[in-house]
Design a protein around this ligand. Sequence first.
Ligand code: UD1
Length: 422
Amino acid sequence: MDTFIIEGGTRLQGHVKISGAKNASLAIMPTCLLAPGHFHLSNTPNNRDVWTFSRLLGSLGVHAELNDNILHLDSSNITSFEAPYEHVKKMRASIYVLGPLLSRYGQAKVSLPGGCNFGPRPVDLHLKGMEKLGAEITLEGGYINARAPKGRLQGARFHFDISSVGASVNVIMAAVLAQGHTTLTNAALEPEVTSLARMLNKMGAKIEGIGTTTLEIQGVDELKPVNEETIPDRIEAATFALAAALTRGNVTLDNVNPYHLTSVVQKLEESGATVDVTGESMQVTMDDDPEPVDITTATYPGFPTDTQAQWAAYMLRAKGSARITDTIYPTRFGYVPELHRLGASIEGGDAYCIVKGGHKLTGATVMSSDLRASASLVMAAMIAEGTSEVLRVYHIDRGYESIEKKLNSLGARIRRERAKEE
Ligand code: UD1
């Protein structure tokens, strides 16, 4: 696995183009299973998770090709209804093929995702939702076997006990081709979910209430392929915004949707940074150390769990202590012991950590444990004195397109050392 060698003490300055949202791509790619034909998805980020999902779709018979951030999917000839362990183990979102396969073909076999680096992440809500729509589900040999009796799901009322991005994505895709009417309550509001719902309506689905937690879905008999532009990545944008402020820089992020970033921007401003929005660009300027600001993660439009590790890195420079609480994934603090290796002072607790800002950081070797944790390590290494090595940047490559190139174009000094076996 590749390693980043990072020289600390750099300041970020300039313009950077934010890519399409990884999590939105993963949600809209499986829509090709709902209608046969050609889809062109522009602004698709060129990252590992997109490659993994393309390979998974390929194993189902979809022809997938990514050129210049345009993903072309041809789903004219679906040949399999099974998502094998080999793909699902690499990426939990592989379970997104369950809803569309079941809905369109009345059958699906999908490997259970299992745990991940920040604790158990169950899929019970995905399965309950499908069962509510009439699916018969059995778990056997690590696989979810699902069938729609008489080949078609039936509309129903379903309440998500917990607001879940993944379960909402899956159940919405299952409901659009079900027979009859479905009402979903407490559906997730994340932009990745609403962008999926909008695309489905373009394909001919009948979904009302988009942008609210209650979705009324009238099932239709068929859908048609469409072209769609992937929404900008709010997490990548937040990462660059925080990296800019952390390095006391001045960076303009282009291709962002500022509305998707409100909670993060507000916290940035509280910390003393200046954020100027012009259309789809956002300029972040900081010329001091930040004030300590606590954050607590919440479902959208709250502060994203996918940005808490980066906030912790930002607070390493704060003029005091800041508390980071994660209510969505309480054990998502794998980056804390690694930041300690750079000299950070962070106290861990149950679902929170307290970052004591202002301690001198010095370069060290640190290990990425998950995607956003790696982003936080890269950020911290950029303000540490001397050279750091961030191992297993495989994780960061899952969700960021060419992150080192983008950071280097802003003045960072990051070198990728390719793993020998690759
Ligand atoms: C998605 C994002 C991930 C982000 C997370 C929360 C993708 C591909 N991934 O993950 O980057 O961190 O949203 O914004 O978009 N839960 C259950 N049962 C379920 C499903 C979820 O109990 O069946 C719980 C989870 O354990 C968690 C909470 O619901 O505590 C929210 O998780 P969820 O929104 O489902 O996260 P993902 O869709 O896996």
